[in-house]
Design a protein around this ligand. Structure first.
Ligand code: B12
Ligand code: SF4
Length: 453
């Protein structure tokens, strides 16, 4: 069969796909599925954030992945292909959360992870016997996973770090998270299971891509301290530079931060979420201890790791002062780049169920569920006040003064000051430009072509 895999972009307010000149990260889910696809099929992977889709192409099957904020575009693509008689299958976070909704736009829906069942699905498709829904009741065993295949995707459309030959490549070493924070899709999707990939397999993946820059897309790279030690030991022997995500629980084993740095880690996105301990408690995230944040940031700085703090605003316990307090905290701790979000009830999460039961969700359009819009009725803010304060304070974090303060600090801490200066200037300019144009720094890609409304 001729199979087209699509990673969709999102739609703007007028229903047009939002296109960029470059995208950030190649879609790992599709490279994994490609690798699991038997050789007699022809595969093409399109990243809709940058590339155009040839709706007249001769495809037998179109397979689309979708997060919630991409799903309206995914439905648009699916409908266009089905109108032309092409079979469509969908999977990923949103179709898993709302399979019945997604089924209205596709011939078949895959609920959850597809690793064990993808070959069977393709066989069914060849025999014209696609089922409406597929779901693997057992979670795939990461001991036997494949090496993702990147040949059928144009890697030239992804941004590269200064001096790198290839873009930053995604890898996962573990799957799942047992923590169950109310606002997060992960525990629901992966059933609170936590599985690890053999470190030898991770090393094979690194050899197979040949890249020097990686993003370990694990929800928390230090969830299993024993595994992380083994992984960091193995990485320390390689010339690789990587970023990843980490839970604040890393402070139970802070030496992991030192080991990560020795293993080539240059940045960690941290699920700090809030400086209000009572807000954290209301969303099952009381395990974050705000009093440890400064020590964690300092330990990362000391090791040359950029702490990319992530903060969510709009919890019921939040007051308007939360914004000011957070920006001041970032400035004080020399954090110039952080990820600010507006609380968003994603379908399938406990937060969605809670707010829906209270009649506080105002569903309009899934494209707005990108974590920068107010899609529910907040408690201590009006919707407009929450939205305006969010962007105002995000812009303040990217003020020239704060950028200069952060760059001076980073250069002083660095053992490669010239490189740090250049990459900081590049990163901060990019962040500033995105935030001032009301486009989240990790939404979509770089160099927006389509306007957001
Ligand atoms: C890497 C990542 C990104 C990357 C890029 C994603 C990309 N190009 O693929 C970046 C950093 C850009 C990103 C950005 C965002 N992300 Co993100 N991201 C992730 C992360 C950490 C890992 C995804 C991944 O690659 N996993 C590895 C692959 C192999 O697994 P997988 O995707 O689950 O795929 C498997 C199955 O799902 C299934 N499958 C998936 N798709 C399909 C399709 C078909 C046809 C089939 C058959 C099967 C199938 O089969 C695969 C193999 O088993 C997840 C968290 C997570 N644990 O999933 C969040 C996550 C997907 N992101 C999320 C969000 C909200 C966002 C943002 C909107 C904001 C944010 N907070 O980051 C932005 C916006 C993106 C945009 N396009 O503008 C949410 C999505 C929630 C939801 N309900 O939609 C998640 C779950 C994080 C969370 N904790 O809630 N993200
Ligand atoms: S927010 Fe982080 S810690 Fe909480 S369930 Fe999601 S991935 Fe796990």
């Amino acid at each position: 069969m001729n199979i087209l895999f699509v990673a969709p972009t999102r739609l703007n307010a007028s229903g047009r796909p939002v296109k960029y000149r470059k995208a950030f990260l190649p879609p790992l889910a599709l490279a994994v599925l490609d690798s699991l696809t038997p050789d007699h099929h022809n595969v093409r992977i399109i990243d809709d954030i940058v590339e155009d889709i040839d709706f007249e192409g001769s495809y037998d099957l179109v397979a689309i992945t979708a997060m919630t904020m991409q799903v309206e575009r995914a439905y648009q693509i699916a409908d266009a292909f089905r109108d032309r008689g092409v079979k469509v299958i969908m999977g990923g976070m949103h179709p898993t959360a709302l399979p019945q909704e997604a089924k209205q736009h596709a011939d078949s829906i895959v609920i959850g992870e597809a690793d064990n069942i993808w070959e069977q699905i393709l066989e069914d498709c060849e025999n014209d016997a696609l089922k409406d829904f597929y779901q693997d009741e057992s979670f795939p065993d990461l001991q036997k996973l494949v090496i993702p295949k990147w040949d059928n995707l144009n890697l030239g459309i992804y941004a590269k770090r200064i001096g790198a030959k290839l873009p930053t490549m995604p890898i996962f070493t573990t799957r799942g998270c047992p923590m169950g924070c109310k606002f997060c899709s992960v525990s629901k999707f992966f059933g609170k299971s936590f599985r690890v990939k053999p470190v030898s397999h991770v090393m094979k993946e690194i050899e197979s891509t040949g890249a020097t820059e990686y993003f370990f897309v694990d929800d928390s790279i230090t969830s299993s301290p024993a595994y992380s030690r083994e992984l960091f030991d193995a990485l320390a022997g390689r010339d690789v530079n990587w970023v990843s995500q980490v839970s604040t629980t890393v402070m139970k084993n802070p030496e992991l931060i030192d080991l990560a740095a020795k293993a080539g880690c240059s940045g960690l996105l941290i699920g700090t979420e809030s400086l209000s301990q009572s807000s954290l408690k209301t969303v099952n995230k009381g395990f974050n201890k705000v009093e440890h944040y400064e020590e964690m940031i300092a330990r990362m700085h000391k090791n040359g790791i950029k702490p990319y703090l992530s903060f969510i605003f709009g919890f019921d316990e939040d007051t308007p002062e939360q914004f000011r307090y957070t920006v001041e905290f970032c400035k004080k701790n020399k954090v110039g780049i952080a990820f600010f979000w507006i609380l968003t009830p994603l379908p399938g999460t406990a937060l969605f169920a809670e707010l829906e039961a209270a009649g506080r969700i105002e569903y309009d359009n899934w494209s707005k569920y990108d974590l920068t819009n107010v899609v529910f009725q907040p408690k201590n803010f009006s919707k407009q006040q929450l939205y305006d304060s969010y962007w105002k304070h995000y812009q303040e974090l990217s003020s020239t003064e704060n950028i200069l303060r952060t760059i001076c600090h980073d250069v002083r801490m660095s053992n490669r000051p010239a490189f740090t200066f250049l990459s900081d200037v590049f990163m901060h300019s990019y962040f500033r430009k995105k935030v001032y144009s009301y486009d989240h720094p990790i939404a979509g890609g770089i160099g927006r072509i389509t306007q957001s409304d």
